[in-house]
Design a protein around this ligand. Structure first.
Ligand code: C2O
Ligand code: CU
Ligand code: CU
Length: 460
């Protein structure tokens, strides 16, 4: 297939094609997401040049329900091009939001009508996949919650979107990346936020059971998390329910949550009003930092963690390891390569990284084949080898996979869409290729993604 042929095929751009009456009726029922300039006060004065879905607030949490259609109308009110991706959702390829691969970039004034039915419940998120660095670094990362068909019985829930911004003393954006950072572990922000706030505190019923959904939507930072002051349990990882009992992370062994990853905790709130639970991050050289708090209010509900019902597993097919074909992928620096051709989607101007020693030629590059072609319905093992000293959260669109082994550690078999590869790690992941299409496969440190560490996998 030629890479631009889908334009008419998927009828994506309402602006270009015009809306038929039926589509218009649907569009009215759709939730409109307007990508627009924003400003927000992090310190004392407003930071301009942000990108969000409203002029002065973070992108909202989008709510859906497992097995029920979601209609999202993505309108671009920015002068730049964009495209919106629904991270972790196993939906139709045409709705995946990857420019040139699954749709054309959305121009200023255009609208992309998105309709999909989430097969899985859990914590997901959304972000642009065109002008990815510029728009994500300036704010455009939001959380999606897909509720279980059956209520798991929490008293309340709390969404925490962790991400950093890079600002100077005046609250003005610093460049989102440096060449030095891009060629190494990435460029880090200096203003750490939870829901764009500095250590916000949220009230929840004393003695109640809270579902705490934590998302790392940062472009670079691998958060090292733990909780303080609560009895809690990890109940989901990257959207999917965790069946096994996982050890709770602590200060000395925090939970590594890479960019793109999510963790859900069941938290039993303290029984006395005013006591609080802290979500803590361990920062290099700086010790623990409170990212957010849950504060107990009112009379104790007296709930017990043991009352939390196990979540129902999502309908993800289990790979058959006895018949799985193995594909190898090597992640490392690039031996060569000019700047990628990203068309309308913003280039960082370098190629530092590669998959299988070939840097991604760019979002808009022509005649770039898939890294692997998988047959629909078959099981596969992908062997991921990190040849670099840096960590890489390797993300695959449209499919869920399960880690099966590593040369460095014992990996719990947690269903996921993002595998955080450690230094010198060789990890094997397994999946059933049951969702047809061209699925982006890349590092979620955006500086790595945009400087070569990208490709795609085709399921036919
Ligand atoms: Cu969260 Cu290709 O992205
Ligand atoms: Cu994704
Ligand atoms: Cu990386």
């Amino acid at each position: 297939m030629k890479r631009r042929d889908f334009l008419l095929g998927c009828g994506a751009s309402a602006g270009a094609l015009g809306l038929a009456g039926l589509t218009q009726a649907r569009a009215r029922a759709a939730q409109e997401l307007v990508i627009q300039p924003a400003s927000f006060t992090f310190r004392d004065r407003p930071t301009e040049g942000m990108v969000s879905l409203s002029p002065d607030a973070p992108p909202p949490v989008l709510y859906g329900r497992q097995g029920e259609a979601m209609r999202l109308s993505v309108r671009n009110a920015m002068p730049d091009y964009t495209a919106m991706h629904w991270h972790g959702m196993r939906i139709d390829n045409a709705m995946d939001g990857v420019p040139y691969l699954t749709q054309m970039p959305i121009a200023e004034g255009e609208t992309f009508e998105c309709e999909f039915t989430p097969p899985d419940a859990g914590t997901y998120w959304y972000h642009p996949h065109c002008m990815t660095m510029a728009q994500m670094a300036h704010g455009l990362t939001g959380v999606m919650v897909v509720a279980e068909a059956e209520d798991p019985g929490f008293d309340s829930e709390q969404v925490i979107n962790l991400r950093d911004f890079r600002l100077d003393e005046e609250g003005v954006f610093l460049p989102a990346f440096t060449a030095r950072g891009a060629a190494r572990g990435g460029t880090f922000g200096n203003v750490l936020t939870a829901n764009w706030l500095d250590a916000p505190s949220y009230d929840h019923a004393a003695g109640g059971l809270v579902r705490l959904r934590v998302v790392n939507s940062d472009t670079t930072r691998i958060y090292k998390l733990h909780l303080g002051g609560a009895e809690a349990r990890i109940i989901a990882w990257d959207g999917h329910p965790v069946a096994a009992e996982l050890p709770m992370p602590g200060k000395d062994e925090p939970l590594l949550v890479g960019p793109g990853q999510r963790v859900d905790f069941a938290v039993a709130m303290p029984g006395a009003e005013g006591q609080s639970v802290a979500l803590l991050a361990e920062l290099p050289g700086r010790g623990s930092r409170v990212m957010a708090r849950l504060r107990a209010t009112g009379q104790s509900l007296g709930r017990d963690l043991r009352e939390v019902k196990p979540l129902t597993a999502n309908p993800v097919a289990r790979p058959d390891l006895t018949n799985a074909e193995v594909h190898d992928f090597v992640f490392g620096w690039t031996p060569e390569g000019g700047p990628p051709n990203d068309g309308f989607c913003g280039s960082m101007g370098y190629s530092f990284w590669s998959i299988n020693r070939t840097p991604w030629a760019g979002d808009a590059a022509e005649n770039v084949g898939p890294l692997a072609t998988l047959e629909r319905g078959k099981s596969y093992v992908l062997r991921l080898r990190n040849e670099s000293p840096n960590l890489h959260p390797i993300h695959l669109h449209g499919l869920a996979f399960v880690p099966i082994r590593s040369n460095l550690r014992k990996l719990p078999p947690l269903m996921t869409d993002t595998m955080l590869l450690l230094k010198d790690e060789v990890a094997e992941i397994a999946l059933v290729a049951d969702n047809p299409g061209d699925w982006a496969f890349h590092c979620h440190v955006i500086e790595h993604q945009k400087t070569g560490l990208t490709g795609y996998i085709r399921v036919t």
